[in-house]
Design a protein around this ligand. Structure first.
Ligand SMILES: Cc1cc2nc3c(=O)[nH]c(=O)nc-3n(C[C@H](O)[C@H](O)[C@H](O)COP(=O)(O)O)c2cc1C
Length: 365
């Protein structure tokens, strides 16, 4: 809970617009597709900042084919919206950025943070942190070919012995990057342990461009604390929004100095229908939609029914989307009364008990 409200009036500037609140839904491949992004935008009642596509690979096909990739598609209400690209080749990245810019996103983002071996070990994503001249060449070439803003998302470095986020910042500044999103972990950490917010703060305090902090923000209170304590220009939030798609509305309440809204269990259950409709509009087949509904249910139920696994089970064993939605609706009518969604139960995304930053290894160095 936020026990004291702040008036956080910081905003991110984009194409002459002041984006308030300065919050970004972090790109998450396989999750933040158009239906999920639209759901988050809707639940934030227009009070979240920026949406970003899932990352788009620039390898493996000609640039024109990129226009057909589902990851590049977005809806007008998603604006301000950025398309994120990854790859290792400056020429291909620049070609991709140029062609994707024809879709008229508000910005293009280069990914220098993805830790997964099939990306990073081939030199893309966080692999670029092992080869900063290459990263600089990519940023330089992409920047030359687009007239919309370019942003960069990075990690602290490859591993704890090669923290180079200050060099990455220098590249971003020298090449005219609009803002730098810093995920406060190394590549080798993957998603282990906690993000190092002191390091994010240090980057932000030395930067001449806006720095957006990223890692482990899961509540309005956490967002307020991060904005107050560190000189970041904004926050990028991923997994917290997966478990609580109202998080941006709650953060906005806190930033505007209003009481943070609570979400009733019935309201939480009611969102499945909205999500389903967005999936249908997006052409998602029924069985695919059922799988996605179950994924969302598994996450939301942790915040509503930690003591009521039978209900979660009821949703997760639904055989069709229709049955799933009926079960959720019946719950709203008969059992939801008085229950509230309590995502604070999930304050810890990775199961650790302390908030100490540790340099464990999730991926081989
Ligand atoms: C399932 C999943 C997929 C992700 N995909 C991307 C991606 O496509 N591009 C990217 O920059 N980061 C990606 N990330 C990293 C997140 O954007 C974010 O940096 C990370 O989860 C830390 O933020 P959080 O603690 O708020 O979740 C992904 C993370 C997860 C969990």
């Amino acid at each position: 809970m936020v026990d004291r409200f702040v008036n956080c009036s910081k905003s991110l500037k984009l194409n002459g617009l002041e984006v308030f609140p300065p919050t970004i839904l972090s790109p998450m491949a396989g999750v933040t597709d158009p239906p999920f992004r639209r759901l988050v935008r809707e639940l934030s009642a227009g009070r979240m900042g920026i949406l970003v596509s899932e990352f788009v690979s620039t390898d493996g096909c000609g640039p024109e084919k990129l226009l057909d990739k589902p990851q590049a598609i977005f809806y007008p209400e998603e604006r301000p919206f950025g398309i994120q690209i990854f790859g290792r080749d400056p020429g291909r990245m620049a070609d991709a950025a140029e062609i994707l810019a024809t879709l008229k996103p508000d910005f293009i983002e280069v990914n220098a943070g993805c830790p997964v071996p099939k990306v990073a070990d081939k030199g893309g994503g966080a692999g670029l942190l092992k080869d900063l001249p290459r990263l600089q060449a990519i940023i330089h070439e992409v920047k030359k070919r687009i007239s919309i803003p370019l942003t960069l998302k990075c990690r602290l470095g490859w591993d704890e012995n090669s923290i180079n986020v200050f060099d990455t910042l220098k590249i971003a500044e020298d090449e005219g990057v609009e803002w730098l999103v810093v995920h406060g972990r190394t590549r080798v950490q993957g998603y282990m342990g906690f993000a190092d917010w002191n390091m994010i703060g240090e980057v932000a305090s030395r930067a001449k461009i806006p720095v957006v902090g990223n890692g482990d923000i899961v509540s309005a209170a956490g967002a307020v604390a991060a904005m107050e304590k560190y000189p970041v220009a904004g926050l990028s939030i991923g997994r917290g929004a997966l478990h609580n798609p109202w998080l941006f509305a709650q953060i906005s309440d806190a930033f505007e100095g209003k009481p943070v809204r609570t979400i009733s269990a019935a309201e939480a259950m009611g969102t499945f229908k909205t999500y389903f409709n967005y999936m249908l509009e997006d052409g998602c087949p029924d069985y695919g939609a059922l799988g996605r509904l179950k994924q969302l249910a598994a996450r939301l139920c942790k915040g509503i029914f930690p003591d009521y696994p039978e209900f979660r089970q009821r949703l997760l064993t639904s055989e069709t989307a229709e049955q799933f939605l009926e079960r959720a609706e019946r719950f709203c009518e008969t059992e939801a009364e008085g229950r509230v969604f309590e995502p604070e139960r999930l304050l810890n995304l990775n199961g650790l008990k302390t908030d100490e930053v540790t340099f464990g290894r999730q991926f081989k160095g």
